[in-house]
Design a protein around this ligand. Structure first.
Ligand SMILES: Nc1nc2c(ncn2[C@@H]2O[C@H](COP(=O)(O)OP(=O)(O)OP(=O)(O)O)[C@@H](O)[C@H]2O)c(=O)[nH]1
Ligand SMILES: [Mg+2]
Length: 603
């Protein structure tokens, strides 16, 4: 007879204590005077700060972020979970800020500015129209809105409502994207009638997958739009397959946020025929969430903290290896490295400038290709829309044409950017690698970075750099200039019932000028992308160089001591490396135990 399955589990208090012991032993180990003396005060302080940040995060509220394209019912879902209308919902894009919702003994709403200022608001101010006006008058950009409410479900939790992504003006994508770095877990909301479309999948691929969240809840909202219970089941099945291609074993829930909200408020339900299955499925979703928030939140936070500590150990190990290399280099070599770095006319800067120039040339060539595509696109718009304009009713042209043209061009340019994104990313990566290689040669750090490459190649390729490209592309707002061009082109041409033909002729005659203006803007757009990438590369190598230089200066200081000190310092560095290895080994064992806790369970 088969014996029943046995499940291994660990007591969370022990796991947490184990983590605290690892971090404590590591930090105490480094406190020894000989280590501080060998690695220098600056590096020592940096490590201590990093450790403090990890410990603080372990003790703060659990951050659960709700994201999704606009109008998916994110805010309605939050109100349904809370059983009261705390955030506003609407058929028009409604959420215009990142909203933190936390427990407080009474309702309190504050807008926080990025410059540290804050303004208190009333509940009525939250409607998007009023709120937009208030925000426009504030003396600084808004970081987020904070709502404290006396709602028990919020205890120990920070729930975050975000503006819809995939918005045609893309203004929120970047904000939500950077906010995800602070999240412990996510609820991703999509629509039953149009589940996980292209823009949703693109956002998931760019912003969610690379972060390796231990917990993502996928919600298929508006299940009340399904007619029968069997439609509900079919929809869930097909969507599950779709998401499985992106996320293995996704946790997917088909719910109706509106139905649950109406149920809790005793209002009439949107689809009474499905009311009972909708209530049941929301209940299941809530149970799973509660389990995560109340039973697994500590585990998830601990899992995130071990990731951060691993990252910190890797950085520290790199610094130690760099210091070891620098100690072996002779004085002359160290001086040369410092001089090259401090002299803007040095060979190092010449070589860097050359790599940047190649990268910018390549990106501008993509811009030229986009202009060619636009030429073909304009020819198509002329033959398929402008030449056939007299087939349409004047009222329809008046109502839709401007929007149609605006939308078509914006989509066409977005398609160019999407098509070029991998190539832009490759140029960026090539230039960045070449520049770092120049610096490695100068600093004699190639051993360290080669080793690093082996460990992090996959991460680097798939996440951190493409992350940046995504940020840059979403910053480059194509909609404004297109809208301006279209308005300039079309608004002067009066359209009345009699002169459709005349209107068409004027449009045709204006096309060459329009194309010239468009080409100019597209070139500017790609130039702007190249400049932003250049700035990113410059920032990252400056930071890297600054750290390397301070380590080299530390090595020089040791060099000025007697030979005995150099030998001793080398020995101490080896000891420090074994402190790092020790901590890493203990962390690996802890992570294995956390794995047994089944954080990534399958539904
Ligand atoms: N029928 C139905 N309507 C819903 C459901 N959830 C939300 N809605 C409606 O959809 C509209 C948008 O809902 P919101 O909650 O504002 O959507 P959102 O995702 O927060 O929108 P943004 O913040 O603008 O991105 C509102 O009119 C809601 O009443 C649902 O489950 N069923
Ligand atoms: Mg909203």
């Amino acid at each position: 007879m088969e014996s029943p399955a046995k499940y291994l589990s660990y007591n969370f208090t022990y796991l947490r204590q184990e983590f605290l012991d690892i971090i404590h032993d590591f930090s105490e180990g480094l406190r020894l005077e000989k280590f501080q003396y060998a690695i220098g005060r600056r590096l020592f302080k940096q490590i201590q700060n990093h450790i403090n940040q990890i410990l603080i995060r372990l003790d703060t509220d659990f951050v659960l972020v709700v994201i999704g394209d606009f109008k998916r019912g994110k805010s309605t879902l939050i109100n349904a979970l809370l059983g009261e209308a705390i955030v506003t919902t609407d058929v028009l894009p409604e959420t215009v800020t990142i909203n933190h919702i936390q427990y407080g003994s009474e309702l309190k709403i504050n807008v926080y500015l990025t410059n540290g200022g804050q303004v208190q608001l009333n509940k009525e101010d939250l409607k998007s129209e009023q709120l937009s006006q208030i925000l426009a008058q504030l003396p600084g950009s808004v970081s987020h809105l904070s709502i404290e409410a006396p709602n028990e479900w919020l205890r120990g939790l920070r729930l975050v409502d975000t503006p819809g992504t995939g918005d045609i003006f893309k203004r929120f994508d970047r904000q939500v994207h950077s906010y995800l770095l602070k999240a412990d877990a996510l609820i991703y909301v999509s629509l039953a009638l149009a589940p996980f479309g292209e823009s949703e999948q693109a956002f998931l691929q760019m912003s969610v997958i690379p972060q390796d969240f231990p917990k993502v809840f996928f919600v298929l909202n508006r299940m009340d739009d399904m007619r029968t219970e069997s439609d509900v089941a079919k929809k869930l099945n097909s969507t599950y397959k779709k998401i499985s291609n992106l996320f293995p074993n996704p946790q997917l829930f088909g719910i109706s946020a509106l139905d649950e909200f109406c149920r809790t408020q005793s209002l009439s339900r949107p689809n009474p025929a499905c009311a009972s299955i909708l209530e049941k499925s929301f209940h299941q979703f809530r149970q799973c969430l509660d389990q995560t928030i109340h039973l697994k939140r500590d585990l998830i936070q601990l899992d995130r903290a071990t990731d951060h500590m691993e990252q910190m150990l890797q950085e520290f190990e790199n610094s130690l290896l760099l210091l070891g290399n620098a100690m072996q280099a002779d004085q002359e070599r160290l001086n040369l490295a410092i001089n090259e770095w401090e002299d803007p006319t040095s060979q190092l800067y010449e070589k860097i400038a050359e790599h940047i120039k190649v990268m910018k040339y390549e990106i501008n060539q993509f811009g030229e290709q986009a202009c060619q595509w636009m030429h073909q696109f304009i020819a198509r718009i002329e033959s398929e829309a402008i030449n056939r304009i007299s087939h349409f009713k004047v009222e329809d042209i008046k109502k839709h044409f401007q929007f149609f043209i605006n939308n078509s061009f914006r989509e066409a340019i977005d398609k160019c950017l999407t098509a070029h994104e991998p190539a832009i990313f490759a140029s960026y990566q090539k230039a960045q690698k070449a520049i770092f290689a120049e610096i490695d040669i100068l600093m004699n750090t190639s051993n360290v970075l080669n080793k690093n490459d082996e460990n992090t190649e996959v991460d680097c390729e798939s996440s951190s750099i493409s992350f940046d490209t995504f940020e840059i592309l979403s910053e480059c707002d194509t909609s404004t200039f297109i809208a301006e061009l279209i308005i300039r082109q079309i608004q002067g041409l009066n359209l009345s019932k009699q002169n459709v033909v005349n209107y068409q002729e004027k449009l045709q005659a204006g096309l060459p000028d329009f194309e010239l203006a468009l080409v100019k803007e597209i070139r500017l757009l790609y130039e702007n992308i190249a400049i932003q990438i250049q700035q990113k590369i410059e920032n990252s190598y400056s930071q890297n160089m600054e750290i390397s230089l301070s380590i080299i200066q530390q090595a020089q200081e040791v060099h000025t001591q007697e030979a005995q000190t150099v030998t001793t310092t080398n020995e101490v560095l080896q000891e420090a490396l074994s402190v790092v290895h020790n901590a890493r080994e203990q962390l690996t064992t802890l992570k294995q135990k956390l794995g047994f806790e089944d954080i990534l369970e399958v539904v």
